[in-house]
Design a protein around this ligand. Structure first.
Ligand code: AHG
Ligand code: MN
Ligand code: MN
Ligand code: MN
Length: 323
């Protein structure tokens, strides 16, 4: 099986970008080890702190953030980083060619139940006209992403990565510590009979979401004339990994729960990298009204509605929002 670096070399990925991806993955391998130790490594449970978005931080949110942050700040290819767990950006090296944004630990509520969790990251080009500590550097369209990926800490640790062309899967081989290519070209089936949404929010949904999900729930006797199944992992990495593997539609729509936070998922380090992975695997990623990759963030922690997965199904779903 082919190793990661020769695979990326054959894609003509810039050497510096390749080195940077290696740094991100060195952090993820360390997180993977700590995760696998569970209670033995003292990584379970909560801290007493909150992040800037008002979420109580788990110990592993903080540990994963520290590990990635310190490794990335040491990499001279990095100009600045942004993280879910950092209020603002952190400047690194003036001459660094790249910006890295990450969700150090996605699916925090699964940490203590030994469920699926992961790390999501995106790499953008540095903007030399702005200073290294200017958060506006990260205000770039999703189409500017040079690389996007996630590492899923599941029964096996997997990397799903795109550097602009295909979306590929690698599996961490613990015997030698490297990621080996296990799917050279992820391809999301166009159609699906599986949806993924937190149904507990249904009373807060707006009409387009209510009507769409209601049509799916009618099964064979409804206008869709087919039976749909439902899955919800409470970790975007787990849900999107399933969608990339066997198709499906994943939704975290806008709702009326908290007018200050109409959407839940963050654009820069959750929706945007996942959208690139899904699109490069032949799927679609939308807010309902526009492609996620066409949005330019106007803040580091900006939230967006997310609808992504099998392209025929995402298209059908979007009709409900645009009609
Ligand atoms: P994070 O753990 O990084 O804060 O992200 C959690 C997100 C995402 O992974 C998941 O899809 C969603 O929150 C789960 O939300 P619910 O708690 O509403 O199920
Ligand atoms: Mn969080
Ligand atoms: Mn997350
Ligand atoms: Mn997180």
């Amino acid at each position: 099986m082919q190793r990661l670096i020769p695979t990326l070399r054959s894609d003509q990925v810039d050497l510096e970008l390749l080195m940077l991806i290696r740094t991100v993955l060195a952090g993820c391998k360390e997180i993977s080890f700590r995760v696998s130790q569970g209670a033995l490594g003292g990584v379970l449970g909560s801290t007493l702190d909150e992040n800037i978005q008002g979420e109580q931080q788990k110990k592993l949110d903080v540990i994963a953030n520290q590990l990635l942050k310190s490794m990335l700040l040491n990499d001279t290819n990095v100009r600045a980083i942004a993280s879910e767990e950092e209020d603002s950006i952190v400047a690194a090296h003036e001459d660094g060619k790249y910006l890295v944004a990450f969700d150090p630990l996605d699916g925090s509520s699964n940490i203590d139940i030994n469920g699926q969790i992961g790390t999501i990251f995106t790499i953008l080009p540095a903007i030399k006209e702005l200073s290294a500590d200017d958060p506006k550097q990260f205000e770039q369209s999703g189409r500017n992403q040079l690389a996007a990926g996630y590492v899923l800490y599941g029964p096996s640790t997997m990397l799903v990565l795109t550097t602009g062309s295909k979306t590929r899967c690698f599996t961490l081989d613990r015997t030698h510590g490297g990621f080996l290519l296990t799917n050279d070209e992820v391809s999301v089936p166009l159609q699906t009979q599986e949806f993924s949404i937190n149904m507990a929010n249904s009373r807060f949904w707006f009409e387009p979401t209510k009507f769409y999900i209601n049509d799916l729930l009618q099964g064979e006797s409804g206008i869709r004339k087919k039976r749909f199944n439902m899955r919800w992992n409470a970790a975007m990495v787990g849900d999107i990994h399933r969608v990339l593997t066997r198709g499906g539609i994943f939704l975290y729509p806008e709702d009326k729960r908290d007018p200050a936070k109409p959407a839940k998922l963050r654009l820069l380090y959750e929706a945007m990298p996942m959208a690139m992975l899904v699109e490069n695997a032949g799927g679609k990623a939308s807010t309902g009204l526009q492609d996620i990759l066409d949005i330019t963030p106007d803040g580091l922690h900006q939230r967006v509605p997310v609808i992504m997965g099998s392209s025929d199904e995402v298209e059908r779903c979007c009709y409900y929002y645009t009609d």
